[in-house]
Design a binder for this molecule. Structure first.
Ligand SMILES: [Zn+2]
Length: 325
């Protein structure tokens, strides 16, 4: 790299007389002369680049650039997923060393990153995440990987690696409480909605309009592939699933998008439960309004979710700095 830099500097010197000429006489030179001088400068510069590339002195071949991009993407997913673990811990969305958040390794459809079982989520870092494949083999990092983490997440990632690139499973209190309310759809007006038990009673709820599956079948811990695949099918292609007597599964194309949904799902559930606790009927959004609101949120999802996660990552950095000082 030092040699490449030195070579570029030497070649650029060839253009200096022309720059000096323009600086000293530019004002008096004819437009034709200035144009010719610029052409010559451009030519010298392009020759310098070509010679350097030909000699292999510049490390910017397409293959090398692609490799750098791929490595940066993998590192970025590790950082985002580790941040999501720490943020869930900070926000009280997880339980002990249970629950699990996973993300497919960029470029792969069957290898995913998961936490090492036994760590508090505040202890999860980009470096101690474990990479497993669809057979359960640990490719990178140190296990163990908890069996339900593997069975639930493997099946959902494989069901749609693009839409379900990130899969978050928690027993976060408010959304999980919605999964534990006994009711019969149609029994009361506010539980008759297709998104039952999450209903469209607030702007936050509308983010999930028509995009929530509800699985009313709890068969115990998900310890085998059959139950994992049944849950994946029960997602019905939705972003969110509420699992009766259990918890939530929130999926996204990126860690940022999934985390954004997890955060607002809990907020929506909290508001709904607070409103229900009054014993008064819920004021529901009109279906078209809820659908339109979701469309607006979805349209800006990628950028808004990125800003949201980055903002929380800065908060983690501030917390860490305070803890050290
Ligand atoms: Zn669970």
């Amino acid at each position: 790299m030092v040699l490449a830099s030195w070579t570029m500097q030497r070649l650029q010197r060839l253009a200096r007389p022309f720059r000096r000429l323009r600086r000293d006489f530019g004002g008096r030179m004819s437009r034709h002369h200035v144009f010719s001088q610029r052409l010559l400068q451009d030519w010298v510069w392009s020759v310098a680049l070509s010679v350097s590339r030909h000699m292999g002195l510049l490390r910017t071949t397409p293959a090398e650039a692609a490799e750098k991009t791929a490595l940066a993407a993998k590192a970025g997913v590790r950082e985002d997923l580790a941040a999501a673990y720490r943020l869930c811990h900070k926000m009280g969305l997880n339980e002990g060393v249970c629950n699990h958040l996973t993300a497919l390794l960029p470029g792969s459809t069957d290898r995913f990153l998961v936490n090492r079982y036994g760590l508090l989520w505040s202890e999860v870092t980009a470096d101690n995440l474990v990479l497993v494949d669809a057979s359960g083999e640990i490719i990178e990092g140190e296990g163990p990987v908890e069996v339900t983490a593997f069975q639930i997440h493997r099946a959902i990632h494989l069901a749609d690696p693009e839409k379900y690139a990130c899969v978050l499973h928690t027993h976060m209190p408010y959304a999980t409480a919605l999964c534990c309310i006994a009711s019969t759809p149609g029994e009361s007006s506010h539980l008759a909605h297709p998104d039952w038990p999450l209903v469209m009673c607030h702007q936050n709820s509308a983010r999930f309009h028509g995009d929530v599956a509800f699985d009313a079948c709890f068969n115990g811990l998900v310890t085998d592939s059959t139950e994992g695949e049944r849950l994946a099918a029960a997602m019905q292609g939705k972003r969110v699933m509420l699992h009766k007597n259990h918890g939530v599964i929130v999926c996204g194309r990126t860690v940022a998008e999934a985390f954004d949904d997890l955060y607002y799902l809990e907020k929506a559930a909290q508001i709904q439960l607070l409103a229900m606790s009054t014993g008064r009927p819920l004021e529901l959004l009109r279906d078209g309004v809820a659908a339109g609101t979701k469309a607006v949120f979805d349209n800006e999802k990628a950028s808004a979710a990125r800003l949201h996660l980055d903002a929380w990552k800065r908060q983690i950095a501030r917390d860490d700095a305070l803890a050290i000082s």
